[in-house]
Design a protein around this ligand. Structure first.
Ligand code: AHG
Ligand code: MN
Ligand code: MN
Length: 327
């Protein structure tokens, strides 16, 4: 049996990174326990305020954020944190060598209905050790990530992690409190017939995305010549987990619903960590034209269109967009 602790000892490049990953995943155990108690722990419902992005915060969004923030602030290797729920990055320990970004609770609309939610995290190097970290220190492309992962609080709690070239998965044993290795080299099939998209936004998409979904819905009778199946968890963490388990395509594309936003998902603590996991598992991740991991961020909360999953399908969507813009 390999636990997370022994895996990190064997594979991580630094004790600092091990320590920060341990802090994040320990908070994940607490969140998992709270979720198991559900309504009995008084964690459901609205917090009564909005985050910087104008979204209503749930109690658990705030709680998960505070738990991660408090734990990481005490970690001497963490120089600062950035979170979906914090307007600005928060400095931690100036001598730390790592920056941690997180979506403390992904899939907020699932909390009150007892469905899957998760925590997504990304770890970047800190370049100005000894000085107080600022927002600008976090603005590094996803290809700079030292580690990325998520915790999925589903019927069981699963950790997906990448610190080397491999993507690995652990299952939390509720009896011992250990994360136990269940997959040591996750790989995604290049082809798929399953896709995830919120089709209610169809009228807001660009023409090539509309064409793509039209083709999938046409199924065997259309140009794709085979039937496709839809799945939508309404928590990216659940959709990405399904793709790591059995392939598929996930997209939250560019839409014109909110003119000032490029899409719904956030680059730095949703798209980047998920893209690193997906690419290292052999899949693709693009904003429909560019590789997500190569995007140079300008804002810690910036949004990005996301198309990720089985490589050939992601390339198909990308080709539709590139060919369309060249017409
Ligand atoms: P969050 O709960 O952190 O704001 O993220 C929710 C995101 C993502 O996880 C999910 O794929 C998507 O929002 C669901 O959006 P719809 O409600 O539009 O389906
Ligand atoms: Mn999210
Ligand atoms: Mn969230």
């Amino acid at each position: 049996m390999t636990t997370l602790t022994s895996y990190l000892d064997q594979h991580s490049t630094s004790t600092e990174l091990n320590d920060v990953i341990t802090t994040v995943t320990n908070v994940g155990k607490t969140i998992s326990q709270l979720l198991r108690k559900g309504a009995l722990a008084d964690i459901l419902g609205e917090a009564g305020n909005q985050n910087v992005q104008g979204e209503d915060q749930k109690k658990l969004d705030v709680l998960a954020n505070d738990l991660l923030l408090d734990a990481l602030a005490k970690n001497t290797h963490c120089a600062g944190v950035a979170s979906e729920e914090l307007d600005n990055a928060t400095p931690a320990n100036a001598d730390g060598s790592l920056l941690v970004l997180f979506d403390p609770l992904d899939g907020s609309s699932n909390i009150d209905i007892n469905m899957a939610v998760g925590t997504i995290f990304s770890i970047l190097p800190y370049q100005r050790q000894g000085q107080t970290s600022e927002n600008s220190d976090f603005l590094q492309a996803g290809n700079q990530q030292l580690a990325a992962g998520y915790l999925l609080y589903g019927t069981s709690t699963v950790l997906a992690l990448t610190i080397t070239e491999n993507v690995v998965m652990f299952s939390l044993d509720p009896d011992t409190g250990d994360y136990v290795l269940i997959e040591d080299n996750v790989q995604i099939d290049a082809d798929t017939s399953e896709y995830a998209i919120n089709s209610s936004n169809y009228r807001y998409w660009r023409a090539p995305m509309q064409q793509y979904i039209d083709e999938l819905i046409a199924g065997e009778a259309g140009v794709r010549g085979r039937d496709f199946n839809t799945r939508w968890v309404a928590a990216m963490v659940g959709d990405v987990h399904r793709i790591l388990c059995r392939g598929g395509l996930f997209t939250y594309p560019f839409d014109t619903k909110y003119a000032h936003k490029a899409g719904k998902l956030r680059l730095m603590y949703e798209a980047n960590p998920m893209s690193l996991l997906i690419e290292r598992a052999g899949g693709g991740a693009t904003d429909a034209v560019n590789r997500i991991l190569d995007i140079e961020p300008t804002d810690i909360h910036q949004r990005v269109p996301v198309v990720l999953g089985s490589k050939n399908e992601v390339d198909y969507v990308k080709d539709l967009h590139v060919n369309y813009s060249e017409k």
